[in-house]
Structure formats: C-alpha cells, structure tokens
Design a protein around this ligand. Sequence first.
Ligand code: GLN
Length: 492
Amino acid sequence: MNIIDVPVYQLAEMLKDRKLSSAELTKAYLDRIKQVEGTVRAFITLMEEKAMAMALAADGRLMSGTNTTPLTGIPIAIKDLLCIQGHPTTCGSKILQNFIPPYDASVIARLRDAGSVFLGKTNMDEFAMGSSTENSRFFCTRNPWNPAMVPGGSSGGSAAAVAARETPLALGTDTGGSIRQPAAFCGITGLKPTYGSVSRYGLVAYASSLDQIGPMARCVRDAALLLDAISFHDPLDSTSADVTRPRCYEASLRPGISGVKIGVPREFFREGMDEGIRQRLDEARRVMEGLGARFIDVSIPALDCSLAAYYVIAPCEASSNLARYDGCRYGYRAEGEPDVISMYKKTRREGFGEEVLRRIIIGTYALSSGYYEAYYLKAQKVRTLIKRDFDRAFQECDFLFAPATPTPAFPIGEKADDPLSMYLSDIFTVSVNMAGLPGLVVPCGFTKGLPVGLQLIGRAFGEASLVNAGAAFQEATDFHLKTPDCSVVSGQ
Ligand code: GLN
C-alpha cells in the first residue's frame, strides 16, 4: 500500500514505532502535490521548505519519545484564512495578497505545539464567500473526481487536497456550509463543530456569529483526532465556550448506533433533490437501520426561511468585518489618488472581487437605519425560530439525518454568473450554522460518477455521538476508501 493512502490514526502508530519517519511521509506528500497539483490547483502557497524543517523537528521529538501527540509528524494543509506567523494569508483576495501575519491563529499555535507539519495554504472563495472556489481572486480549484467540476466551497482547496491525496488532513471553515458542502462534493469527511468549540482567534472573520473552524479528513477517525487537537477553551476568543469538550477520537473507537433514534427532517427531503442523491441517502438509511438505528419523522419548518435569513445576517456581519480593509492599516492600497476618501474607494473597488462587493453592499443596506428592522432584525427572529425547531426535534431524537447538498458537484462556470442559484447549494447546510450546531458529512456513494455526502446533525457539543455514528457507518461501508483516478487527474 502506498504510504499516502494510510489513515492518520495508523500513521501515528507507525511514526511512534519508528517504522516511518515524518521526513519520509512529508516528502511522499510533497511529491504527490508535485504530481497532481498542475490539475487540481488546491494550494495558494506551498510551504515546502518549512514543511521539511517541521518534519525533521517532529522526527527529533518522536526519536526521543518525549512531548509527542498523535499528530506529531503528520502533515496538514491549512485554509488560507488562518494566520500562520511569517507566511502569507491571502483569504483568496487581492486585498490581502501581500499580507504576512505577525502572529499564529490559536488553532495554528496548538497544531504547532502538537508537532503537525504544515504543507501549505489552500485555495478558497474570497473571504470564504462562495460555494465553488470560483470566487478566489487567484484561480479555480478543480474537483479531483472530475476536473471539469467545481470542488465546492468555500473550503474547496482543502477538500480537493484531501481527496487528491495531497494531504492526509486539512483545516477548513464553515460559516454556512463551507466544510460540509466541499467535503460532500469531493467525497471526504468534514466536520463543522458546535459554535464556540474551536477558537476563532487568528481566523480572518467573515460572519463572526456563524464562522467555525473544523477538520477535513479521509475518515471520521482522522477527523476526530484533529478535532480533539483544535477544540479547547481559548481566552483570546470571547466566543470560545468554557465547557468540557467530548473526546471525539475515543468515541470513534466505540462505533455503534444500535438503539439510537435518528430524526429525518421532512423539509430536507422534498422535490427538487437530485434523484441519485435521494437514492444514496435511502441506501445509507438502510445501512444504519441494519446497524440497529431507529428512524423517525421530524420537522424543521423554519428551514424554508433559513437561506433567506442567512443571506441577510452573513452579509451584515461581513460588511462590518470587512470595513477594516481600507488601504491604511494593512493589505493592498491603490496609489495615486488625490485624497483619502478616493483612496479608500479605489482600494476597496480594486481589492475586493465582485461577490465580496455585492455582500458588502447588501449588508450595509440591510443595516442602514431605515431598513434595519425590516431585514436584520427580522432575520435574527427567524434565526431564533430555527434554533427552536432544532431544539424541539432533539427532544424526540438523538441526531438528524439529512443530505449535505441538493446536487452533486456542478460544472465549473455553470453558476458563476448566477449568485442566487449558487446560494441554493447551501440550502441544507446554513440552518445548522444559524442554530450553532455540529454537522458531520461522510461520503455515502456516487451519482453520475461524483461523490454524494450524508449529513448528520447533532446537539450542541454532541460531536462525540456524531463521530461515533459516522465511524459506525464507515465500518459498514467503503465509500471513504475510494480514491479518484489520479492518473486521469495528472494526465489532464
Ligand atoms: N456558501 C456560503 C456563503 O457563501 C457559505 C460559505 C461559508 O460557509 N464560508 O456564504
């Protein structure tokens, strides 16, 4: 077996027993990146030298056997909106093209302490706004299963890199689906943690009340290992929850869903869903029933309003968060303007792409004094209703069973000029962010040669039971072991 096909939890054992060195492993991944990156285009910045230096340092720790963790010596790719001290953090934007952060995000500092090896920064929709990675100001990433298709977004670079075996692990962020939707499109495992689980310190903000960092991996066990490493209470983030967190890796070692009650929210299964996705979900349900789970009907009536409310709240928060990019403090600055107001305007018009500008305009409008109550306040009320619907559903069941996306990956260019149809790809994911809940996506088969994702939604801080169920599903199926035909990818 090729070393790049081995799951992280096994690699950790091999590294610990010195059957493999981190330098060998890192080199194997860097070689793989060279082989397929010309087609996949998952990375904005490759950190080749840094990665080899981190691998050698990890080998030193592993050799002495002191201060090691399951992630010591394991490579990881980082979405390019998390600050790594001394390395560019672009957010997929021209406005931050030359920005080099002077500090580490808290999750990065944790991973550094754990001995992870940073391979590079992955491509994304500009400021995480988008569902296809086509909004990156640099280039579009391709879906490793079919390079004519999008990888999803906004964490499309991270998802494609994991699927194409360019990295065993990646960090993504999910504001309205950006871990789960690309995970589904690329046939990998993605976990959006409960809001407040993972520190957002050093994460460039899109919509602060929705953003959450989470793991992207090949299997649930690997995702659980990464989640355990990045989930902690951080005083540097005032929204970081001061609660005892579940140990997810341990939960993944006790897979099982016998006797578990799973709710099927009927609003997630209406007409309009791709027939192949419906069939794969039916099959997944039968697998889970075979494992002893019981399915019941539940309802999340506010789902119908969730997309509309999300696309008010997220742009409102974004318009405020993005006010700091004005050409004065850091990042891109348009030169040659006669006064400071025209400099601001030109900087922002040139620095931001079309979708980001659209959202700033929508957000500023919805927050303006005449419209605040009609839009922002109304959307916040809808948010409360969504939360209540989930609370009610969880009185009847342990977690929810839903599709991750209404369709499989779509062709590059198909929705690029049609923002509303692009927004619709988030229909099954945004409500989970609005309620602050954890969501796990695992691959559950294929339709038209493209992966399909199953989404399990849990109670707040119920990650362990999601992981437990996801691991049981992956023990009973082999979809997570399928790999895209990379000879096709590299030959394109
Ligand atoms: N596609 C959604 C948006 O554009 C979600 C993005 C995200 O989760 N970062 O807002």
